[in-house]
Write a protein that binds this ligand. Sequence first.
Ligand code: GRF
Length: 192
Amino acid sequence: MEKLTGLKKIKTAVFISGTGSNLKNIIKFSKIKKSPISIDLIVSNTSKAKGLSFANQFKIKKKIFNFTNFKNTEKNILLLLKKEKIKFICLAGFMKILSKDFIKKFDGKIINIHPSLLPKYKGLNTHNRAIKNKDKFAGCTVHHVTAKLDSGKIILQKKIKITANDNPTSLAKKILKQEHKLYPASIIKLFS
Ligand code: GRF
């Protein structure tokens, strides 16, 4: 990954579908001096994503794409990314799977945060699955995005203990707290 030279931050887009707590956290991180990135665009596949409110709050450009025609939508997103000079994408609770073609055509890096200790529990319902299997540990992972779902090279991972009292909701809450530390740390690692 390119090293940071001078003061210019890398123009970044965050893709979301939901609450956007990671988005908010990344925006706040991007404003500190040691952040290698600035957040210049928020993309969502749904106008219902609560996290879109952070676009207004932090005065960041937002764009909603409905994916009814997947190929066309990806083409339009790529055009927008080019127009906005976006060089880096953070997926943060984005519920669409980007195509191999999109990943190849985007001339930059894409990373994602996933709420499990990858390679365990790719896909959905990770907390449920960890508890059902009586795992002793759960966690979160930031990884590069490749054409294969949740399978790209791991950048950083955080492990936490599952206690006897944990249920999927309490576990999700604990892990989310860790996600908010892991995502900025991973971005720093990636660019240093
Ligand atoms: C997080 O748990 C993230 O790991 C997963 O989706 C959730 C998004 O949460 N991919 P938020 O929208 O950032 O609050």
